[in-house]
Ligand binder design. Structure first.
Ligand code: MD3
Ligand code: FE
Length: 214
């Protein structure tokens, strides 16, 4: 297996530049599909509601989550991927085709032939955050992760392979898509506390992360 490495930046309207090996930031790539994506999120959430998962330490995540396809699940015993929603005992809803198509097209820009089997849907209300962590529950690290931001902007922190490595901050806006692959795949990352604001889709932020979970 060979790591694909690439680096790509589109300076955004806000004049922010960010360049890291393995990261492709596609500013506004999801704008053409934003309403279809939001409708699909609502359809998924109608069958598998957003919930605040409890993590092994006993804490409640401030980010509300649901899944399509293979789901990411946390409980007091640990983290895992599961075909079933523990709330209902039923399979998570299928991945909407607008999700699959967008993730595949974005990854292709970065040189990947990527077919995700799961999508974690995060909903940030003002005050919600996600601490620095690595995504290391997946089966195949040669696959990238594709993330899609919708709604209110968030400050994303991107570090290195050690928790203590310095972090760079970058603002992710409505419609931005990021492909995280190769040397960036296991980097520490997190999201600072979401600030209240107004956005046509609502006063919150959604983030879709597409994964090859199994
Ligand atoms: C870099 N979500 O769900 S998306 C997550 O905005 C997660 O909700 C954040 O981190 C959010 O696990 C960040 C960007 C992201 C996602 C996964 C990555 C960046 C990544 C995995 C490896 C490296
Ligand atoms: Fe993550």
């Amino acid at each position: 297996m060979r790591w694909v490495s690439f680096s790509m930046t589109q300076p955004d309207l806000f004049g922010e530049a960010f360049e890291r090996e393995g990261v492709a930031i596609l500013r506004g790539f999801a704008l053409a599909d934003d309403m279809a994506l939001v409708a699909a999120i609502k359809a998924v959430a109608a069958a598998a509601p957003f919930r605040h998962m409890i993590v092994p330490g006993g804490g409640r995540m401030s980010v509300a989550m649901t899944n399509a396809g293979i789901g990411w699940v946390a409980d007091t015993k640990g983290y895992r991927y599961d075909r079933l929603d523990p709330l209902s005992g039923e399979p998570w809803p299928d991945m909407p085709s607008v999700f699959l198509d967008l993730a595949h097209r974005a990854a292709a820009v970065a040189g990947f032939d990527f077919t995700p089997d799961g999508c974690l849907i995060n909903r940030y209300e003002p005050g919600a955050k996600m601490g620095l962590h690595q995504d290391i529950n997946e089966g195949d690290y040669s696959a990238p992760i594709v993330s899609v931001s919708l709604g209110l902007p968030a400050t994303f922190q991107f570090g290195g392979l050690k928790r203590s490595d310095p972090v760079e901050k970058i603002t992710l806006h409505h419609g931005d898509v990021v492909v995280w692959g190769g040397p960036a795949r296991k980097a520490f990352h997190g999201v600072l506390t979401l600030r209240a604001g107004h956005h046509p889709i609502g006063g919150h932020r959604y983030n879709l992360t597409f994964r090859k979970a199994l």
